[in-house]
Design a binder for this molecule. Structure first.
Ligand code: AMP
Length: 286
């Protein structure tokens, strides 16, 4: 595995792969890797000849009062995980490499970036779209892999890729969970055992609603109420919304099209997000 710090080196290194017409898969991350990231790496390895992972804690997607300075970092651990999981190139640029002093050009996403996290994290998706666009231009991957845990991020990135004609296919990978249901997140490490237990209300709520959906419940308000009961364990519910899976606008009730039930909540000072997809029409069972 090569560890690369600069764009020049990265381009040089990928030149050979491109000449040999190898498929390049790309997994952008902010590091402190866990099984969710490894699932993206696994999906890339299954479909591509070479997998590039980036580790970059992107300052432009954090608000002034958010956790940029305390975001967990452990490069030696991440390096080993990448090495052990068959990553070809680990791209870990310095901030100056991505945002040099004169940097002033941003990608501004549209309507998809406004609801849900966009309401509570103004500028977040502008930062995400900008860094992902830059990373795509640096790596020039054939396929790029994103986690469904960040459903709105997937939607924004997909739209940006289409709108800006970026020659990359976006692949969404299902959310990886702890055995008890908690969605894997780098931020979970900030939870003490008691908070970790209370954080379970998030996935329990989502799955309780999913169960009712599977039993035929199509009323949006009732599905949200079911989830909300379990969410009493969190310290502050930022949002619980049932949105159309394509537009991210509030889902029409009764549900007729695929919808996503999305949550953002604070447990202590840790902000957690999670979601479940409610597919319609219901796919046939295997
Ligand atoms: P992050 O390092 O948190 O910015 O995440 C990097 C990528 O990993 C994003 O595409 C996330 O959606 C994805 N990811 C994070 N957590 C999970 C998870 N539990 N399951 C699947 N993908 C995830």
């Amino acid at each position: 595995m090569q560890i690369i710090r600069t764009v020049t080196e990265l381009r040089h290194s990928l030149l050979e792969a491109r000449k040999a017409e190898k498929w390049v898969g790309f997994v952008p991350t902010m590091g402190y890797l866990h099984a969710g990231h490894l699932a993206l790496i696994g999906a890339s390895r299954a479909q591509c000849d070479i997998t590039v992972v980036s580790i970059f804690v992107n300052s432009t997607q954090f608000g002034p009062n958010e956790d940029l300075s305390t975001y967990p970092r452990d490069f030696p651990r991440d390096e080993k995980l990448c090495q052990d999981n068959g990553v070809g190139i680990l791209f870990a640029p310095d901030v100056k490499e991505i945002y040099p002093a004169q940097f002033e050009t941003f990608v501004e996403p549209g309507e998809l970036a406004k609801p849900l996290c966009g309401t509570f994290r103004p500028g977040h998706f502008r930062g995400v779209a900008t860094v992902v666009c830059k990373l795509f231009n640096m790596v020039q991957p054939d396929l790029a892999f994103f986690g469904q845990k960040d459903f709105q991020q997937c939607a924004v990135v997909r739209r940006m890729t289409n709108d800006l004609n970026l020659p990359v296919e976006i692949v969404t990978v299902p959310t990886v969970r702890e055995p008890d249901g908690l969605a894997m997140s780098s931020r979970n490490r900030s939870l003490c055992p008691e908070q970790r237990q209370r954080a379970l209300g998030i996935s329990r709520g989502l799955y309780a609603a999913m169960d009712q959906f599977r039993s035929g419940e199509r009323n949006a308000g009732r599905l949200m109420s079911i989830a909300k009961e379990h969410l009493a364990t969190v310290d502050r519910l930022q949002y619980l919304e049932l949105v159309d899976a394509d537009t991210l606008k509030p889902a029409e009730s009764p549900l007729r099209r695929a919808a996503v039930l999305c949550v953002a909540a604070f447990v202590g000072s840790t902000r957690l997000i999670d979601n479940v997809l409610l597919p319609l029409p219901v796919p046939p069972r295997d």
